[in-house]
Design a protein around this ligand. Structure first.
Ligand SMILES: Cc1ncc(COP(=O)(O)O)c(C=O)c1O
Length: 443
């Protein structure tokens, strides 16, 4: 789809970026906000394009942090939400509404591809909240409260999900609840050995963690199929089957955090975990599920869900008619336009282009990921593999100046994150590789 530059058509004149930044600084909590040395102001979006207050177009390669799945203001999404707000805007779970149960069935049916027993959903407003709910269910089902998470993971910003996050810079809410232990990451690029040896070492680490840091039986193991915030670290193909076998042997559930990887982002499949062939007990979703409308979900089996029978629990907004209309519209488009197939096609093109660039450019240390969930780890040189966070900042800035927005992440801040809306085209992929090549030259 070509950009229509709708700003001049629709937007009233807004304040300048500098004026907006000043108001924010005066009235919002002094926590990291806008990225870029000179922040940009985005006032409109149209599919994979964003526009600032002056009508400058940007190709969106970060999708509101891997959240806008089908595209900004996608016409089907807009129409479905407008129709819903005209009819009914909020309803608590105290009354029946036809959409929520029907959508729960639709989502659980999708999850049957990874676990045929998946049947039951619970809806929340965010990924953090959905991960909290998954922990609550796992504790209730198993009667235990030991959790294992992976080093470099990110699971959210509530107290428990921050405790489950394995990155020191995000662990800023001490003291934490007890019962979370960390296991090594299958991080092949940084492992002194083959990728297969990296996976074997990570699984050995998990076994040791189970034996030494827990009572031998756990409530659950949390795994992201591809680590988003942690820098797009992508475990080897045998990692999750090995991990799940160990976790089940120790009485735990596998909570598969698909907050970033779900909804077709990793290409070919709706869920990232389908690439690994491992069977989750609980799947956690958010972000792309609502294309930016707040919704999170867990999906689980009847047996696990039934352990919650009789407990008092409530969520004011979760599964409300607007959120469900949003998620339903997203699923319509993901299916009709085969966005998982498109992610694979465009992602392969992007990875191919990035790997070619890597041959010419020794600061491109690693290119990894799947579909439209791609990371490029920048290093000072290929031999030392020294982390290059300052270079990463300069590259992201230069790409922004060229009209391509991407993200950055990883514990050391040296991984470029390319996680665009799933409606990207191969031309968008080529444009991004060219912009990156130029950015590396400029930097
Ligand atoms: C893998 C993963 N899980 C959970 C979360 C938390 O989601 P939210 O920000 O919606 O609370 C995130 C957010 O980035 C995430 O990447």
């Amino acid at each position: 789809m070509s950009p229509k530059n709708p700003v001049s058509l629709k937007s009233p004149k807004t304040l300048s970026a500098a004026e907006v930044a000043a108001v924010r600084a005066a009235h919002l909590m002094p926590l990291p906000g806008p990225m870029f040395a000179k922040p940009i102001q985005i006032v409109e979006g149209n599919m994979q394009f964003l526009f600032d207050e002056n009508g400058k177009e940007y190709l969106d390669g970060f999708a509101g942090v891997a959240t806008v799945s089908i595209g900004h203001s996608h016409p089907h999404f807009v129409a479905k939400l407008k129709a819903q707000i005209d009819k009914l805007q909020h309803e608590p779970p105290l009354y029946l509404h036809p959409a929520v149960g029907a959508f729960a069935k639709r989502l659980a049916d999708k999850a049957k591809t990874v676990n045929p027993d998946m049947e039951v959903c619970f809806f929340t407003n965010s990924g953090s909240e959905a991960n909290e709910m998954a922990a609550f269910v796992a504790k209730t089902y198993t009667g235990r409260h030991d959790f294992i998470a992976v080093q470099r993971s990110y699971h959210g910003r509530t107290l428990l999900t921050t405790a489950l996050t394995g990155q020191h810079n995000w662990r800023n809410q001490q003291p934490y609840p007890v019962g979370v232990s960390f296991t090594p990451t299958d991080y092949a690029y940084r492992f002194a050995g083959t990728p297969e040896q990296s996976t074997a070492a990570a699984l050995h680490g998990l076994e040791q963690t189970l034996k030494t840091a827990t009572q031998g039986k756990i409530a659950a193991f949390y795994g992201e199929t591809i680590m988003g915030v942690g820098g797009l670290i992508t475990p080897g193909r045998s990692y999750f089957s090995g991990a799940v076998e160990l976790v089940h042997r120790h009485g735990g559930l596998f909570i598969c955090d698909e907050v970033q990887a779900g909804v077709g982002r990793t290409g070919e499949h709706y869920f990232g975990i389908q690439h690994w062939g491992a069977k989750p007990d609980i799947i956690v979703m958010a972000k792309g599920l609502g294309n930016g409308y707040p919704i999170g979900a867990i999906i689980t089996t009847r047996a696990i869900a039934d352990s919650m029978k009789g407990l008092l629990h409530y969520n004011t907004f979760g599964g409300g008619p607007m959120a469900i209309a949003a998620a339903d519209a997203v699923m319509d488009v993901v299916e009709k336009d085969d966005l998982a197939g498109n992610s694979k096609k465009v992602g392969d093109r992007l990875i191919g282009g990035l790997k070619k660039l890597q041959l010419k450019e020794e600061r491109v240390g690693d290119v990894r990921g799947m579909g439209l969930m791609i990371g490029v780890e920048l290093v000072k040189d290929r031999k030392s593999k020294e982390f290059a966070p300052e270079l990463t900042v300069r590259v992201v800035e230069s790409m922004k100046d060229q009209g391509v927005l991407i993200g950055k992440g990883g514990l050391e801040g040296n991984t470029l994150r390319i996680q665009p809306p799933l409606c990207w085209t191969v031309q968008d992929a080529d444009r991004t590789v060219a912009a990156l090549e130029q950015a590396l030259k400029d930097a």
